[in-house]
Design a protein around this ligand. Sequence first.
Ligand SMILES: *[C@@H]1O[C@H](CO)[C@@H](O)[C@H](O)[C@H]1NC(C)=O
Ligand SMILES: *[C@@H]1O[C@H](CO)[C@@H](O)[C@H](O)[C@H]1NC(C)=O
Ligand SMILES: *[C@@H]1O[C@H](CO)[C@@H](O)[C@H](O)[C@H]1NC(C)=O
Length: 473
Amino acid sequence: MYFSLSCWQPARLASSLARLITLFAFLTPAFAQLQGRVGPTTSTAAKRTVKVCSVLDHGATASKSSDIGPALVAAFAACKSGGIVYVPPGEYGMSTWVSLSGGQGWALQLDGIIYRTGTAGGNMIYIEKGKDVEIFSSTSQGAIQGNGFEYHKDNNNGCRILRLAHMQDFSIHDIALVDSPLFHLFLDTTTNGEVYNVIIRGGNKGGLDGIDVSGTNMWLHDIEVSNRDECVTIKDPSQYMLIENIYCNWSGGCAMGSLGGSAINIHDIRFDKVYSANCNQMFMIKSNGGGGTVRDCSFSNFLGRHNAYTLDIDANWSQLKKQAGDGVLFHDLNFTGWHGSCSDGNRRAPINIMCPDAKPCYNIHLSDFAVWTETGSKEVYKCSNAYGNGGCLKAGGLDGKALAAYAVTTVTVASAPAGWNAPTMAADLTTLGLSSSIPIPAVPTTFFPGATPYSQLAGGAAASAAAAKDSRK
Ligand SMILES: *[C@@H]1O[C@H](CO)[C@@H](O)[C@H](O)[C@H]1NC(C)=O
Ligand SMILES: *[C@@H]1O[C@H](CO)[C@@H](O)[C@H](O)[C@H]1NC(C)=O
Ligand SMILES: *[C@@H]1O[C@H](CO)[C@@H](O)[C@H](O)[C@H]1NC(C)=O
């Protein structure tokens, strides 16, 4: 198991050891969320001794009206076989998009702030097929400002900010991605990656996804997302992922899907310690027809308040066009330690498990689930074609064989479940912009009530003080 080198400081040794023990406990076949080490295989310091390729030496000027695109491409060409592509502190405009393909043992040290000025679609920064790559800010103050409001105020969309595809052994950390015209971060078919100490703040509108990820052996942790669509969402196919300490501070919420296609293959995903406030859902699995399987996943320690949906497995998800096939099979999914409240639990069931008629789901376990309604004095749970235990699930069907479809059954809960009241984060977001510029936030130093992030901010004490100041605003 590999951790970012910054973890290995004496003060953190004890917690790191505890963490190692916990992680190795996961590495048994039944609970193998991560399959091995994640992150770059050489340190930043080692890369720095090879070479540093500053964009300023490749034609960039630190000015918002400049175009950093060509200089970034040139600096990458000079350092892609080993070294650090360096964007020094300062402000840079970006009017041409870049595609950084291949390379090994390189880093992108983004200590400056890049402002989108170009208007093409696609991705501002597309990075593919690289190995041993670190994308980070050494000050924790690097950012990409997408100025998406320029599109959103007229109800248009533009480019994505950052897309990685077919990358291996990499990390992204200590950066802010702000107001993307479309998705913020898309990790498409990536392997052995780590994403942490990242803040994403988008506009209050659908289609502005925070993080979408597909691939194998990924550790995403200590991340805050604000937007009106995906917070941290698993796309197909995905396996062996650990997603933890996630703060959806006004967002669509975390999810799997939408699961289009006939051969969905998602398994061994663990979400742990997810805090959601003012979101569409605490967790949703969304499909409509199609085929394949989602299995062996767990969703533990979810805290929420003021969310529309809570736990929502919707195999008739109307926003996805009906796919060919008789449905995705869901089995062996555990939901435990869910606390908090939802907006209106009578109108939108906090447990809503709708599985396909032709493929009833089974071995769905709900335990320690206590989410109460913020409106009215009762709430309902709704299940259809769903077997397991807890909530409204029908008992039986442990081997998944010969399970009968059944129509929606409802359980009414007429008093608050014991232990529902969850701790809150300080300063939850209560409004989110759309038509005016979104300020660049500091990377926070906490992402879940009571949980210490696994790595300190790369920018150290100064960055932490800036983050604390930001959260007092
Ligand atoms: C779900 O919980 C059961 C009972 O604690 C356990 O045996 C099983 O391994 C868990 N499955 C997953 C996918 O976490
Ligand atoms: C989902 O859609 C199918 C086919 O349209 C229907 O038979 C089934 O009852 C629906 N399930 C729920 C829970 O609405
Ligand atoms: C949530 O977002 C709001 C709005 O930007 C911010 O003021 C607040 O500090 C955030 N909450 C936390 C705990 O970071």
